[in-house]
Design a protein around this ligand. Structure first.
Ligand SMILES: C[S@@+](CC[C@H](N)C(=O)[O-])C[C@H]1O[C@@H](n2cnc3c(N)ncnc32)[C@H](O)[C@@H]1O
Length: 268
C-alpha cells in the first residue's frame, strides 16, 4: 500500500495531464528561453522534471547536454520518446516518476530544470529537497513557473473556485511564481536566486477559440468543464467568467501568458 498521502491526487494528475500534447507547441519557445537562461553547456548532465512531451529535455540535448527527463504521465512520455526519435536524440533517458521522489542517486546532475512541472507537486519542500539532493555540489537549478497575478495563475484560481478543494496540505501551484516565496523555499540550500520574466504567446482567432483549445488540452480546465457537463447554466457562467478574465490578455490575435524564470546555484 502506498505511504504517499497525495497518491490519489497524483493519480488524478496523471489522467488530467494526458491531453496536454497540443499545448507543447506553445511551451516550445519557453523551453529555448529556459535552456539559455540556465546556461546549459555541452557535456553537462541535466535532469528535466515534469518534462511532458520533452520540449526542455530535447532543447537541452540539442545544446549538447546529456539529458534525463522525468514525468508522472506515461502518455506524455510516449510522445516525448516519439519527439526524440524524430530529432534522432534517442540517448535521452525518459523516466516515469514523481518530482517528490526522484529515482536517482544523490549528486547525479549538473543542472536540474523544470518548466511548469515541479510546481504541480503538492509539497514544495519535498520537491526542493529532492531536486537539491540529485544535484552535484555547486550544481544549479532553473525553472519556469506561472505567477499568481498573471493570466495562468488567475486561471488556476478560477478553476479552483469552481472545483472541489484539493486535499489538505497541497500547496497551490502558482505560489511558485512569487519571488519571495521561491527565495524562502530554496532557503539555505541555494545561493540567492536570479529572476527573469517572459511571455508565452498563444495564437488564437478569438477568446472563444482559445477557451475551446484550453478546454480540450489543459487538464484542469478540461476536468472543470466535464464536471459541469450537466449544469448548463453554471457552465455558461464559468465560461463567461473565463472569457472576461482572458479578454485583457488577448490582442493582435495572440493570448499573452507571462511567466517567471528562476535560477539558483546549490550551496555545497
Ligand atoms: C503544464 S505541463 C508542462 C510540461 C512540459 N514541461 C512543458 O513545458 O511543455 C505539467 C507537467 O508536469 C507533470 N507533473 C505534474 N505533477 C508531477 C509530479 N508530481 N512529478 C512529476 N511530474 C509531474 C505533468 O504530468 C505534466 O507533464
Amino acid at each position: 500500500m502506498s505511504q504517499d498521502p497525495f497518491a490519489e491526487l497524483k493519480t488524478r494528475q496523471r489522467e488530467m495531464w494526458a491531453s496536454f500534447g497540443p499545448t507543447a507547441l506553445f511551451t516550445t519557445p519557453v523551453a529555448a528561453h529556459l535552456v539559455k537562461f540556465a546556461e546549459i553547456g555541452a557535456g553537462e548532465s541535466v535532469l528535466d522534471v515534469g518534462t511532458g512531451t520533452g520540449v526542455v529535455a530535447i532543447t537541452a540535448a540539442r545544446a549538447g547536454a546529456r539529458v534525463t527527463a522525468l514525468d508522472l504521465t506515461p502518455d506524455l512520455l510516449e510522445q516525448a520518446r516519439e519527439n526524440a526519435r524524430i530529432v534522432q536524440r534517442e540517448d535521452i533517458v525518459w523516466t516515469e516518476g514523481d518530482a517528490e521522489q526522484l529515482p536517482y542517486a544523490d549528486a547525479s546532475f549538473d543542472v536540474v530544470l523544470s518548466q511548469f512541472g515541479h510546481m504541480f507537486a503538492p509539497r514544495p519542500d519535498m520537491a526542493v529537497a529532492e531536486m537539491r539532493r540529485v544535484l552535484k555540489p555547486n550544481g544549479r537549478i532553473a525553472f519556469a513557473t506561472w505567477p499568481p497575478e498573471h493570466l495562468v495563475g488567475r486561471m488556476f484560481a478560477l478553476v479552483g473556485r469552481h472545483s472541489p478543494p484539493p486535499p489538505p496540505g497541497a500547496s497551490p501551484p502558482p505560489q511558485w511564481g512569487i519571488p519571495a516565496t521561491i527565495t524562502e523555499r530554496l532557503g539555505a540550500r541555494f545561493d540567492a536566486a536570479f529572476f527573469e520574466r517572459g511571455t508565452m504567446t498563444v495564437p488564437a482567432l478569438s477568446v472563444a477559440h482559445y477557451r475551446l483549445f484550453m478546454e480540450r488540452s489543459v487538464g484542469p480546465m478540461q476536468k472543470l468543464v466535464e464536471s459541469l457537463a450537466r449544469e448548463t447554466r453554471r457552465l455558461e457562467a464559468v465560461r463567461a467568467e473565463f472569457d472576461a478574465l482572458v479578454a485583457p490578455y488577448y490582442f493582435d490575435n495572440v493570448v499573452h501568458q507571462s511567466y517567471l524564470l528562476t535560477r539558483a546555484q546549490a550551496r555545497s
